[in-house]
Structure formats: C-alpha cells, structure tokens
Design a protein around this ligand. Structure first.
Ligand code: SF4
Length: 349
C-alpha cells in the first residue's frame, strides 16, 4: 500500500508532506491509473486536483540559458495551453503531458520559507531569477495560496532582480509588492499574449483569460509604474501566424501601453510534441501533415523564422513598439524563459 498524505487543507497536527520525488514514486506505484496514488489530494471546483508537496530547494540552478536561476511555486498548469513547452516536465513526476499536466497541480507549500533561507545565504550573489519558467505563477490557485505574491516579497527582502512571465491577469493584485520590489531591485513583468485572435485563443489556450483581459492587466501594471510588456509566446503556425493576425495583436499591444513586445514561435519537444500532435490529429486532422513537415525537428525551419521575424519588426516599427531588449536593458532581456529559445514567428503555414 502506498503511504497516504494529508488533505490539502487539513487542519490540526500534520504529518510531513511528500516531496516532489515522493509524489513521482507514489504515482508510479499507483500503476496505469496512476492518480490512484494521490488518494488524499484535493479536487477543487475547477476539476483540478491539488497536491501539496514539500520542496527542498526553491531556486533551481539552470545551465545553458541566459539566466542562472528559476523559481516555480507550482508544477502543472490549469491554463492548459496545448503548445505549452512545460508539458514535458510533468513526465518527470510520472504523470502525462496531456490532461494530467493541466489537472494535477503540485503546490510547493513551503516555497517561501525555503526561498527566504536561500536568499539569506551569504553566498547568494543576487543574480537574476526567472520566475514562472515551468508553470504559470498566476494560475487560479494562486488566488488561494498567494505563494507567488509572498515569493516576490521574499525577493524584495533579498534585493534580488527578477523577470516574471504569466498569462494571469491576477498579477495586478500584486501591484503593491511589485512596486515595493522595484525600489530595491529591478523587476519586469512579461505578459504572455500570443495572439488576440479569438478562435486561436479559445482553441489553443482553453484555461486562460481572454487576451484583451491580459492586455488590460498590462495597462494597469504600466500605469502603476511597473516595467511591463508583452511576449507573443508562442506564435503558432497556422493559428496565429497570418499577417493580419499578427498586426491585430501588435496593434492591440501598442494600444494598451505595453513598454515592449517580443515574440517567439512554437517549438515542440518530447511530451509537448506528443501532446500537441495528438491534439492536432484529434481536432484539426487536415493540418497534421503540415505540422509534421514543419516540425520535423524541434524548431520550425530557420528560413521560416527569418521571414516572419522581419515582418514582426516592421509591425513593431509601425506601432512604435520597441523589442524587449531595446526597452528593458540586459537584465530583463534575459528574464524571459521563452526568450532563451530562438525567436521565430511566422506568416504562412
Ligand atoms: S500559461 Fe504558460 S505554463 Fe500554463 S499552460 Fe499556458 S504556456 Fe504552459
């Protein structure tokens, strides 16, 4: 029998909560219907299951990226974007990159305490932290736990610069702590708005707020003095890559006062690739051969990327938007986890 763990909101004396590794082992032992193992996790009204886990470290050291540290209070994401590059990470927990990525969310309940300890170490060099690289820090459960909010406060106390990427307009709740942070160290909010096209949004990002709601959040952040802009991340060939869609998106971004705009094009790897191809095969079977050709490798062909990057540049100039590099200096240019991948955008599919 696998050991059981306490209910998410259990009161009273609490046995230790499982670590991420414990959860992976438990789920693995649960067999084919592996969620059997999480018998005491809580299923909430959004139909997702939330399991509190104990993390041993908060800051995660990374190599080969333009930043050295990442921070993710949650794992899994109910925003459920079909292209999400983080889907493949859920496989590390013996869960799948399909429904379980979006419906079994691990909550690092002790992350603020651990983060505070790490930031207080004399050896901590106050290097840039990329916040939200494997999950959205402002997915709905943040309204309950406030782990992202409290993590920002810990980063402020530790005078540590960060860049945060989200699709969650809930970030405006934390304007007060973001402003406080800006007085002690740089911070940038990257709102991810791949497109304002209604169909592309509703098909590709079923759990997210409407793109215009996200852009209104950008307006609020900028008006409050926060360095905030938009990353069109990712542009998905065939869904959001047509020129008129790119123009509508960039115009809307400019209309909402974003300080910068950047973009990348979808890439597909491991579990993300498997999920996306299954999604396309199921919902848009006629498009599948084209996706298989375009994504014979992890990235779409460079020629495709170059062509569309040039057009985005034209549109940025037309609407007087700078790129994030121009607008926000070296520290925030490196803050966006998605920016670490080659920038690619597309017009034709
Ligand atoms: S909001 Fe971000 S982390 Fe969440 S599913 Fe979408 S792309 Fe992935």
């Amino acid at each position: 029998m696998p050991p059981s763990f306490p209910l998410l909101f259990e009161l009273g004396s609490k046995p230790p909560k499982p670590t991420l590794r414990d959860v992976a082992n438990l789920v693995k032992r649960g067999g084919p219907g592996n969620l059997i193992a999480l018998t005491e996790a809580e299923r909430r009204a959004d139909q997702a299951t939330y399991q509190e886990v104990t993390c041993r470290s908060a800051l995660n050291a990374v190599k080969g990226m333009p930043f050295k540290w990442t921070l993710n209070p949650y794992r899994g994401c109910t925003h459920a974007c079909h292209y999400c590059f983080a889907r493949r990470y859920h496989v590390q927990f013996e869960m799948d990159s399909d429904d379980q990525f979006a419906s079994v969310i691990l909550v690092k309940h002790n992350i603020v305490e651990v983060l505070t300890r790490e930031l207080e170490r004399p050896s901590w060099a106050r290097e840039h932290v990329a916040f939200g690289t494997a999950t959205d820090p402002y997915q709905p459960i943040e309204g309950h736990y406030k782990l992202s909010r409290e993590s920002i406060r810990a980063l402020t106390r530790g005078r540590t610069p960060f860049g945060l990427i989200t699709k969650g307009p809930m970030v405006v709740r934390d304007i007060d702590v973001l402003r406080d942070h800006a007085n002690s160290a740089p911070c940038t909010v990257y709102m991810s708005v791949p497109t304002v096209d209604h169909d592309a949004w509703s098909r590709l990002e079923p759990g997210t707020a409407h793109p215009l709601q996200r852009l209104r959040a950008v307006r609020q952040l900028v008006d409050a003095g926060i360095n905030a802009g938009v990353i069109m991340a990712p542009i998905v060939p065939g869904f959001s890559s047509a020129r008129h869609k790119l123009e509508a998106t960039i115009k809307a971004i400019a209309d909402h006062g974003a300080r910068f705009v950047g973009c990348n094009i979808m890439h597909l790897q491991d579990g993300t690739r498997d999920h996306f191809m299954r999604f396309i095969g199921r919902e848009f079977p006629a498009m599948k051969p084209r996706f298989e050709r375009l994504y014979a490798k992890k990235y779409a062909p460079e020629s495709y990327a170059k062509e569309v990057k040039a057009m985005v540049r034209v549109l940025q100039e037309r609407y007087a938007l700078t790129t994030r590099e121009d607008a926000t200096t070296e520290r925030s240019a490196t803050a966006d986890p998605i920016a670490a991948d080659p920038e690619q955008v597309g017009f034709r599919f």
